[in-house]
Write a protein that binds this ligand. Sequence first.
Ligand SMILES: *Cc1c(COP(=O)(O)O)cnc(C)c1O
Length: 362
Amino acid sequence: MIPYENLGAVNKPFFEELKQSFASTLESGWYILGHQVKSFEQAFADFLGVKHCIGVANGLEALFLSLKAFDFKPGSEVIVPSNTYIATILSILHAGLKPVLVEPDIRTYNIDANRIEEAITPRTCAVMIVHLYGKCCEMDKIKKICSQHQLKLIEDCAQSHGAAFKKQLSGTFGEFGAFSFYPTKNLGALGDAGAVTTSDPDLAKRISTLRNYGSEKKYYNDLIGYNSRLDEVQAAFLLVKLKHLEEINNHKRKLAAIYHQHLKEDFIKPFVHADYLDVYHIFNIRHPKRDQLKKYLIDHGIQTEIHYPVPPHKQKAMQGVLPAHISFPISEEIHRTTLSLPCSTAHSEEDIYRVVEIMNKF
Ligand SMILES: *Cc1c(COP(=O)(O)O)cnc(C)c1O
């Protein structure tokens, strides 16, 4: 059996380091907003080359707090891709704003930069893009649109730790980069964790105040804040994992290269272009008989996943929230045909050659 994911195996190479960092955090007696969080924030900001990183509770909150930091007028519109994980859209709704969905580019699966301008109205306040599957969006076009229309840019980087467009890392383009460190992400904690990155000192201060009850000075509350803190134990784990992020990304790229080179042409493979440095959070292919293929692979001992089976606008939760009878044919086509193949640090090159061999007989 080749599992899709095996988090125990993914973390095994780091067990000794993780145990040591847990022990030292335990013995420190300081469990919230202490030395580990500060060190991780500094290390992650340095890794990206931004001025500030603020640890928060999870990826959803990183997105939500990024929106809250601006104090947009309630009901203002935020442009967002129609094919993303639901969290991106939920963050907009939780912030009292209106998501305006824009179709993806069928090659990259990311928001189609050429369709953003037609979605802009006088109520548009921000563009929230998603670097899906570990590939950056077309950032030169998107940056230009945002500056021409004076829109704030927030990047959902939950799947793109270390990914780059024209040599610039994701999380460094917009006013904010919002990261998740959910255990399956390329940089994964051992529980929930997230962070917001920015190079604007005032925005950084807004986020760090909002995440801690609107308080900068203990028991003095300046803003209507939240409890959305990254805890010391997760920060200590993340410091260990961050040192190995390049190695993790390189391993995933090496496995992806095997798929790219050897999978037969029946399968639509991820778009490859010199402008993009991909990190393959997810390695997906598309096939018209996706469900049959998934079953065939299970019958041959290979687990796969679907990211995602139901597009956000078709989710029950969105009934009455997004305009009724809204249709996003490109997004729906992706959701109907996409299949995510094993591609983690728990997989060896041999595993991938085995998957290829079986797939090519489909
Ligand atoms: C994982 C993910 C999130 C949410 O992260 P959590 O830490 O689970 O809240 C948001 N957006 C995308 C694209 C994701 O993949």
